[in-house]
Design a protein around this ligand. Sequence first.
Ligand SMILES: NC(=O)c1ccc[n+]([C@@H]2O[C@H](COP(=O)([O-])OP(=O)(O)OC[C@H]3O[C@@H](n4cnc5c(N)ncnc54)[C@H](O)[C@@H]3O)[C@@H](O)[C@H]2O)c1
Length: 467
Amino acid sequence: MASAKDIAQRPGNATAHSLSVSPSTTFHSPPVSRSFLAGGVVPGRTPKQLKPFNTGDIKILLLENVNKSGRDILEAQGYQVEFLKTSLPEDQLIEKIRDVHVIGIRSKTKLTEKVLREAKHLLVIGCFCIGTNQVDLEYAAKNGIAVFNSPFANSRSVAELVIAEIITLARQLGDRSLEMHRGTWNKVSAKCWEIRGKTLGIVGYGHIGSQLSVLAEAMGMSVIYYDILTLMAIGTARQVPTLEDLLREADFVTLHVPETPETKNMISAPQLAAMKTGSYLINASRGTVIDIPSLIHAMRTGKIAGAALDVYPNEPGANGDYFNASLNQWAEDLRGLPNIILTPHIGGSTEEAQRAIGVEVSEALVRYINQGITLGSVNLPEVTMRSLTLDEPDHARVIYIHRNVPGVLRKVNEILGNHNVDKQISDSKGDIAYLMADVSDVKVDDIKDISEGLEALSSRILTRVLY
Ligand SMILES: NC(=O)c1ccc[n+]([C@@H]2O[C@H](COP(=O)([O-])OP(=O)(O)OC[C@H]3O[C@@H](n4cnc5c(N)ncnc54)[C@H](O)[C@@H]3O)[C@@H](O)[C@H]2O)c1
């Protein structure tokens, strides 16, 4: 990926325009530095004068054993990457975060306002996981810090787990295996089924639901699905108009919806009553989607022949003997049921998914650092433009993260207006707006003027100039 050079200015930075190697504090016009030469300038060509830093000046802290696939991508860019296997206690985290431009975390590191307040140079946070609850997204956005995650890299892993569960439930494999572990030979065929020709009902036909649809059809199942959106069917799957239609028809019901107020207890006593007698229920979405006491009742009465749960309303923060009544009051009842598969939220936990997460998040970080592209950001508006290349020596990319208040664009364009603006794009998300403009025929002094002009605007949160 062609790496543009970056100037970033943070609000309230008194040292702006002094000599510095920090990409998030300032720019300067020093003699060409050794690190700049190492950044790929061909000897003999006249180097550009404004060189605040090259990729080697970007400092990245990776915590919580981020997958090697992600580390490799960041190191290949020439960034300085410090890698730690664990998360850090808050005081050590604060100490370390003061210095870095990028931090990569998984779910254990809490990036609260208290921590982020100390992160004076931080440009971007990479959550090498699905969720972003561990980060104060609003504070980050208000301070121009982008946050990226990887919400869909484990879809296939979840879909495969569900396929395994469908067969396991249909053949009562969990129970037979437990019996054998206890020394009991119990060869039965009653109420054990092939899945060929059975109907799978998928609730939520998104990334996981649609993957599952393909796999289930390949094994001879008929697939129906219900979604709040009208979505194009894959293969011969068929969308049904209501949840009730799906529950009435399906032999296996599997849930793949997000956690929203509408999906809370989406499967409760009336929905279980609407299901076929002897059908199966699978939930690898969110723990709040099923009303578990109602499921326990439906299994005890024989209405539901089997269930697989991977997610629960309350889940422990660490591994250990925690799946008991003090975590969820019905836990012991659930554990006592036959033909129920209970797994500890492992739907997306595979080596492949971890690798895919590493690649997806690191690539998003590189795009953001080098080109200012925010596609996939969870807290900033998503803005993209094709990258600037070294063939465009007098181009600059201006990025202006600002408060979304009336009149900003007019003021920004008064500053950019004297220059040749090739492209400009702006978008907002709540109180925060992100503007990106590519300007051509700009010399060192022009870039300096643009940067200083934007910095002086009262709406500014962060100004970066890439060139
Ligand atoms: N068990 C795990 O380890 C694991 C791993 C990854 C994802 N998940 C969970 O799986 C779920 C699905 O993930 P995804 O990546 O497929 O999400 P997605 O956003 O791609 O798809 C969700 C689908 O649900 C639909 N939907 C939303 N509200 C609905 C409603 N009330 N009724 C019917 N359909 C509705 C949406 O329109 C969308 O098509 C999420 O809850 C996610 O958190 C679990």
